[in-house]
Ligand binder design. Sequence first.
Ligand code: ATP
Length: 404
Amino acid sequence: MSGGASGGGSAGGAVSATSAGLVADVAASIGAFELRARIEVAPGEILAVLGPNGAGKSTLLHAIAGTVLPDSGSVHVGGRELTRRGAGPRSAQHDVAPEQRRVGLLGQQPLLFPHLSVLENVAFAARARGARTHAARAAARARLEQFGLAELALRRPRQLSGGQQQRVALARTLAAEPEVLLLDEPFAALDVQAAAEMRELISGVPGSARIPVVLVTHDPLDAIVLARRSVVLQEGRIAADGATSEVLGHPTTPFAAALAGVNLVVGSVDDEGCVVVPATPSAHGQGVPLFRLRGSAPGTGTGDTDPPVGSAASAVFSPGAVHAAPADHRAPAASAVNRWTGTVAQLRPVPGGVRIGIAELPDLVVDVPSAAAVSLDLTTGARLDFTIPAAEVSVRALPASVLR
Ligand SMILES: Nc1ncnc2c1ncn2[C@@H]1O[C@H](COP(=O)(O)OP(=O)(O)OP(=O)(O)O)[C@@H](O)[C@H]1O
């Protein structure tokens, strides 16, 4: 799925236009920001798009919806070409107007018509597509029934909770029978209960409507619960793309690692199969000279699938898998594996314990249980020995370009 505009090559080139799903391969610029991304989503599939603020997630959705016109590239839904733009000034251009795209876009706010009842709001979508009033109302009633909203049919939007409004907005979006559904942080403005109800409805969309769904979210749990595949968009590029379990279970970018709540370090592989990471010298002048991590889980650091010596690799481990103990002042040898001494830089409470930031390895955090935190007498500036069992470390090969 990756490559294309995201790989810097084929925006404006051939894409699988005959695909039954959504294929968007676009390069778009807004001011200084440049998006180059390709996504492909099958009918009945939910693709989660994760990424930090300003990564271009909304821009990607708007390029599909037709409210942002890409500089180059193409958008196809069900084999229908919605946009084709070449890079050159004389290249052929083709853009279906947003209202004719049959693309449903739902954002954080429901944006219902305040003067129409719930029923009329939902019926409006079918009427806008040419359905007669009676048929549109009947279809709207059926959809409200399906969404558990039938009792609210005669209310105005202001008489609904935020969660009910958002569910009505989803019903209205689907009533237009879109060929693709784009969801831009649909849970962001909802409380926990309302978000759960909305999640439940969205999880049923692929099965009932058999359309491709793109879900932009900041919450990794949304991706885990709703999407079998995820992409991570960073600075306008696809930084990770694959099964959600892989993208979050073995993240390759610090952003994805932070989302998944795990530590990610990147380094080169030495002749013992360890990932070697240079550490930042600490203010105490006692930086960890080399940080070496070895994994032992099958296929993740030992055996035939080991990354070759000198290649780039990542090591991923949970903050709670690290054991902390008072430093024994005989600094571990530079050759120590899965063991290092570090200086406590920050301490903050987390459920069940304390999270330690380490001065020499600022990208890592270690979680110690409350009881251990008390016995360690934790203070900033304290020196601790950290160890992690190899079985808790997952090592994977990375493209060589990450070390440049
Ligand atoms: N109308 C606009 N004018 C100027 N710059 C814009 C405009 N819309 C978006 N941008 C810029 O384009 C970049 C991508 O924005 P976009 O909204 O697509 O990101 P995002 O990943 O959806 O972010 P967020 O998670 O904060 O919603 C940002 O740098 C943003 O400032």
